[in-house]
Write a protein that binds this ligand. Structure first.
Ligand code: B12
Ligand code: SF4
Ligand code: SF4
Length: 230
């Protein structure tokens, strides 16, 4: 199956094409059934608000059970994998987690931001990965248009100063400082506004998440780090 067909099948289930690459052993892509090595990996996810409504209208988003977005991702990416004759891989599979951020940097012009998450020249910090398709055969891929990281020319770095508790320290992201603050403000503070550091970035502002999308992600993040209870 060719890439345009995979892209249109993915779009139909609400997933954006997030680039693709030919893996080598350093990429640590799991083997396919029968010990076969995948030849192509296609990444899928959300860019800005694209796809959010499809998830939000799904059964998983409304059934009140845990991990709705991961369960939705599993269902739609496994469906696609069966259609294209590949294997589904997930960013939430683990630990150990699959190196999706490393793969993303092989697949499209994203680079590490000072916050740890990847920045895209157009989408800014407003994008994520929901799964990948490992394919047994090499398919034709377009030339990647590499672009420099927007962080390289951002001298003010407002993302670093916007955090109310200075969670971005010299050694990286101090998760416990962020978690303690979120636990203290409970459903207020960043849990209701969104991460102030992420919001301070000037790149891709038009693609910032919608209020319900922000609320969903911040709440699940606060639950995952133990700042609030589900
Ligand atoms: C564990 C994890 C976390 C942990 C710890 C992160 C850490 N300190 O390493 C916690 C819970 C803190 C976390 C937080 C968040 N995460 Co997180 N996280 C992951 C997860 C599941 C595994 C990362 C990992 O260990 N990979 C294994 C190593 C071997 O893979 P790697 O690609 O080589 O490693 C890269 C990362 O570790 C990265 N990295 C290094 N330091 C940090 C720090 C942070 C905060 C992050 C996010 C990444 C990061 O750099 C490495 C080289 O590229 C990934 C999904 C995935 N499978 O990648 C999501 C992932 C990285 N997270 C993501 C997001 C969006 C977030 C949050 C914004 C919350 C949210 N869901 O909205 C916050 C960030 C908070 C903030 N204020 O900025 C996205 C990032 C998308 C992007 N644009 O890059 C991912 C890819 C999930 C997804 N489905 O898209 N996360
Ligand atoms: S504010 Fe500047 S340094 Fe921070 S993520 Fe955005 S572009 Fe990069
Ligand atoms: S969520 Fe709030 S406290 Fe946590 S890193 Fe972002 S700005 Fe800082």
């Amino acid at each position: 199956m060719d890439l345009p067909t995979i892209q249109s099948k993915a779009a139909r289930v609400g997933l954006a094409y997030r680039g693709a690459f030919y893996p080598d052993p350093a990429d640590m892509v799991p083997e396919m059934p029968a010990g076969r090595r995948p030849s192509t990996v296609v990444l899928l996810g959300f860019t800005g608000r694209v796809g959010w409504c499809t998830f939000n209208d799904s059964t998983e988003a409304r059934d009140g059970c845990a991990d709705p977005l991961d369960r939705w991702s599993r269902r739609v990416v496994e469906f696609l994998a069966a259609e294209v004759g590949g294997t589904a891989l997930f960013p939430f599979q683990g630990p150990p987690f699959l190196p999706f951020q490393q793969w993303a940097q092989r697949a499209e012009p994203v680079s590490a931001s000072p916050l740890g998450i990847l920045i895209h020249p157009d989408w800014g910090l407003w994008h994520s990965y929901r799964g990948a398709l490992a394919l047994p055969d090499p398919i034709e891929l377009p030339q990647i248009e590499w672009k420099p990281s927007p962080c390289g020319t951002c001298s003010e770095r407002p993302c670093l100063s916007a955090c109310p508790v200075g969670a971005f320290i010299a050694t990286g992201y101090d998760v416990s400082r962020c978690r303690d603050y979120l636990a203290e403000v409970r459903l207020g503070g960043c849990v209701s506004t969104g991460c102030l550091s992420r919001l301070a970035c000037p790149v891709g502002r038009d693609h910032q998440y919608s209020p319900d999308q922000t609320a969903f992600h911040m709440r699940s993040f606060a639950v995952s780090v133990g700042a609030v209870r589900d």
